[in-house]
Ligand binder design. Structure first.
Ligand code: NDP
Length: 256
């Protein structure tokens, strides 16, 4: 059987990204793990891949920087020959939650740069690499980790909602453009998942769970999101593109 190309997962030193990298390694892909820190500073996260003899490459990469994105793709191609999967996972929340009327331009730019501009231009680079290196009929997949905030409104973090709604549109545009290349593009919309990103608002979400806001009454785990990615990139998913999966315990179900 032909050797699988690699899976690049942005922001995979911890949280949802690390869980996705572990799952895709278990699925048999060489994985490219990336974050802003050095390889040494992420040694603990990388130990799992060493212990299990999984093929991996760590690339220090700030996705908001154009030169880092180019280097990430070049190194991935150099080490693993081709890229089969890109998971645009790296994302940030605004440093402060403030009312829409007080949102600063610098916070807007910072969030947009990481959550929307970076996946847009990384997908462009990776799609070109996939087209160049794929064999006839071979499938490749891009998965964008957006959010329930692509659709739901939070007045105190409007820049985050706008960045994720933009990424949802980006997913559909790439799905349409790349269908003829057999590069399938999907989106996963996590709800409230237990990671560093949500630890500062733990009490708020604990209370919401107690109040029954989430039909499945628990925190989402990083593995819940990783499992959805694993399903979407599976070889059996060959006639679907431009879809999304909510991984939110049923939060999107509106009730009267
Ligand atoms: P975390 O804050 O726990 O982890 C973020 C990861 O991204 C880290 O590995 C971090 O590494 C990396 N990262 C941050 N900024 C950059 C950057 N500029 N360039 C490269 N890597 C970066 O986040 P989560 O795991 O919670 O979130 C992952 C994704 O899921 C995000 O897109 C988020 O918006 C989305 N999401 C999360 C939800 C949740 O409830 N947790 C809900 C809905 C969506 P380092 O700091 O070392 O660079």
């Amino acid at each position: 059987m032909e050797r699988k190309g690699c899976a690049i997962i942005t922001g995979s030193s911890r949280g949802i990204g690390l869980a996705i990298a572990k799952q895709l390694a278990l699925d048999g892909y060489p994985v490219v793990i990336t974050a802003r820190g050095t390889e040494i500073s992420n040694e603990r996260s990388l130990q799992y891949f060493k212990d299990n003899n999984f093929e991996y490459l760590y690339v220090q990469c700030d996705v908001s920087k154009a030169q880092d994105r180019v280097r990430l793709v070049e190194l991935s191609e150099k080490v693993f020959n081709k890229i089969s999967i890109l998971v645009n996972n790296a994302g940030i929340a605004p440093k402060e939650r403030v009312d829409l009327l007080d949102m600063s331009e610098s916070s807007f730019n910072e969030v947009m740069d990481v959550n929307l501009k970076a996946p847009m231009f990384l997908s462009q680079l990776v799609a070109k690499s996939m087209i160049k290196n794929k064999t006839e009929g071979e499938k490749a997949t891009i998965v964008n980790i957006t959010s329930c905030s692509s659709d739901r409104l939070s007045l105190n973090r409007g820049e985050y909602c706008m960045s994720k709604a933009g990424e949802t549109m980006m997913s559909k545009l790439f799905a349409l453009r790349l269908a003829e290349e057999n590069i399938l593009v999907h989106e996963v919309r996590p709800g409230v998942i237990k990671t560093d990103m949500t630890c500062s608002v733990k009490k708020k979400y604990d209370d919401m769970i107690d109040e029954g806001v989430f039909p499945i009454e628990r925190w989402g785990e990083v593995e819940d999101v990783a499992n959805a990615v694993s399903l979407l990139v599976d070889e059996r998913m060959s006639f679907s593109t431009g879809n999304y999966i909510d991984v939110d315990g049923g939060l999107h179900l509106s009730r009267l």
